[in-house]
Design a protein around this ligand. Sequence first.
Ligand code: MTE
Length: 309
Amino acid sequence: MHVREKPKFGESEITPKSAWLDRRSLMRGAAGLAAVGLLPATARRASAARYSTDAPPTAYEYVTTYNNFYEFGTGKSDPAKHAGQLTTSPWSVVIDGMVARPGTYALEDLVGPRTVEERIYRLRCVEGWSMVIPWLGVPLAGVLKRAEPAPGAKYVAFETLVRPAEMPGQSGIFQVLDWPYVEGLRLDEAMHPLTILATGLYGEPLPNQNGAPVRLVVPWKYGYKSIKSIVRITLTEKQPPTTWNIQNPREYGFYSNVNPEVDHPRWSQATERVIGGSLLSPQRDTEMFNGYAGEVAGLYAGMDLRKFH
Ligand code: MTE
């Protein structure tokens, strides 16, 4: 992430509307959803548009080939090249720490019986680019509630899989991060209805390079908060360590809320390059909290967002 790479795409467009409509009608079919295993055929989509952006989604090809997933290498195209070898089934997630019901949950039990929703969110990367992605997922709040957080729990820590045999970026001499990749949220951020555990995108199970089989998506925070291929969720009293903060505490804080007024020490955060966007207007103004100020600004009332960046 400290390397700022230009996308290698030439002329590109946003998904043609017709293709998008086709995909959407495909998704609407119960058979289509059932075929993707983790997604119950009863998936409810109507109310999910609530928090979705109406910006046109970025073409599937870009969403799945321009990625950050350092377990598979530091280049944007490395995850698409190498993540195919990751075994994602069976998969279980440990929920532990300050909960009344700790345990190891099979992924199907964690999200399977719950309602899968489609949420179209803009992912704003700290590097200065953004994409709009139609996710499928479940609100994290429901998953946490079932584990019954203890009254003293204040934070939620997340951990990615460590499996060097299938994750080539986790061995060798060119590693830039400590493993496992870890992230954290305050409990109220984790319980916010915008925060989801995603298991799919574009109506399909998550491609491995996007964090299969389950990842976090927190749309008002920079993309790196959205940890991929999660194996552990721990409720704690203390603010947990986070990977990019460990790697470079001056540049990456715990909160990492999208904020056009607080620049990264080495570059502005006021605008963003729209991946797959029109060549005529490749930049857009970055919005406070990525467009969700109305929903989340209250979580930070009275806090100095420069200090708690
Ligand atoms: N999760 C893990 N485990 N490893 C990573 O390197 N990269 C983060 C985040 N989650 C990363 C991760 C960063 S920097 C971004 S911008 C987003 O994933 C990218 O998600 P995408 O590839 O689906 O767009």
